[in-house]
Design a protein around this ligand. Structure first.
Ligand SMILES: Cc1ncc(COP(=O)(O)O)c(C=O)c1O
Length: 374
């Protein structure tokens, strides 16, 4: 049977439709000016994004993975261990290894999926040189706790903000807490381009200069290669698109928050489901709204049969992935169990309160045994 109502997980077509004229004009102006590499759209986005965040420096790069890799290379830390949450996208760990360091996975809290500070603390050793705070699903990590740990043990704090554009804690945007921060503008992110894109943000001007050089073949001038760099540039078309979208980011975050509020209200009392703890000390960007249930796969099938698309972030904790099993942490962390239970519900400005009630009603019906297939 096919469902007569469809709730997509994400609806970029709708977002782009509403901005179509502005987007087309912005893309055409890159073409008309032949300003394909660097140029005004990239510079103006870097400036606008830095201003939006309240940051000193923003360097556009090719994608969020490059942003992390270049940031870590620019820090030039002594080779050592970097603590990474076990529940994140692979890019966070990849960047550590590509920069020549060793990954140590730290566990996460079950109530909000963020780094468990006690676990992080227990993993700091003589070889630890840094911690990557991932603002997972759009929720700011515990920045005061992590900053204090980094200060106490003389570690570098790096922020992975790929999922948390516009998220804020204690009145300060994420991306401005660590020594350096990485953003992704992958299309499905809260602020996304129409292809790959990324940015590095830092308060440190020297570090910013090194990141800019590393991302542009190590150049300090056209034919002066001071460092062994690479080519990772924010594409001018992506920058033009991001310039159009940035002014809408706060509204989109508000819309995401109202969807999250609806889910929380309607699902908190449903037995069998755990909703994430409410974030009360700032702004959650709600890139994702992730619930947990022991009957995840069954529920997902039921929702699908009723026209509701869901996602899983992430089905396998990084410590359990084949590439990282050599670290010997597989199966030893709570993140392993969370990965079996996590289900990402549709969220975004494409949903209205009826949609949220529909999805929540289906979930409640699933757990009460009164299942219906449309
Ligand atoms: C937490 C996290 N870090 C890093 C990245 C990498 O970003 P990109 O896909 O732009 O390379 C992503 C993107 O999915 C992410 O979610």
């Amino acid at each position: 049977m096919t469902a007569n109502r469809l709730i997509p997980f994400l609806d970029l077509q709708l977002q782009h439709q509403s901005l179509r004229n502005e987007l087309v004009a912005a893309i055409c102006s890159v073409m008309d000016d032949s300003a394909f590499i660097g140029g005004p759209s990239v510079r103006s986005f870097e400036m606008a994004f830095a201003e939006y965040l309240g940051a000193e420096n923003c360097i556009g790069v090719g994608n969020g993975t490059d942003a992390l890799e270049i940031a870590l290379a620019a820090l030039d830390l002594p080779t050592g261990e970097i603590i990474v949450p076990a529940n994140t996208f692979a890019a966070t760990a990849e960047a550590v290894i590509r920069a020549g360091h060793r990954v140590v996975f730290a566990d996460i809290r079950e109530d909000n999926y963020q780094l468990d500070l006690d676990d992080v603390k227990g993993r700091i050793g003589p070889d630890t040189v840094g911690i990557i705070a991932v603002h997972l699903y759009g929720e700011p990590a515990d920045m005061s706790g992590l900053s204090a740990l980094c200060m106490r043990y003389n570690l570098s704090l790096i922020e992975d903000c790929a999922q948390a554009h516009g998220a804020e804690v204690d009145g300060r945007k994420v991306g401005t807490f660590g020594r350096v921060a990485a953003f992704s503008f992958y299309p499905g992110k809260v602020l996304g381009g129409i292809g790959d894109g990324g940015a590095i943000v830092t308060e440190d001007d020297d570090l910013a200069g090194r990141c800019r050089m590393l991302a542009n073949h190590g150049r300090s001038a056209k034919w002066a290669h001071e460092l062994v760099g690479r080519n990772s540039r924010l594409d001018a078309v992506q920058a033009a698109v991001l310039n159009v979208k940035l002014p809408f980011l706060d509204d989109w975050i508000l819309a995401r928050n109202s969807v999250a509020k609806g889910y929380r209200r309607l699902l908190s009392d449903v037995e069998g489901v755990s909703v994430p703890a409410d974030f009360r000390t700032g702004i959650h960007a709600y890139h994702l709204f992730v619930i947990r249930t022991a009957r995840r796969d069954e529920l997902r099938e039921f929702l699908k049969a009723n026209g509701v698309e869901t996602g899983i972030h992430y089905p396998v904790a990084l410590c359990d992935q084949p590439a990282y099993q050599y670290l010997g942490q597989s199966g030893k962390l709570k993140a392993t169990v969370v990965a079996r239970q996590a289900l990402s519900l549709p969220i975004g400005e494409h949903l209205n309160s009826d949609d949220v009630e529909y999805v929540s009603g289906l979930i409640a019906a699933f757990f009460s045994g009164h299942r219906r297939v449309q």
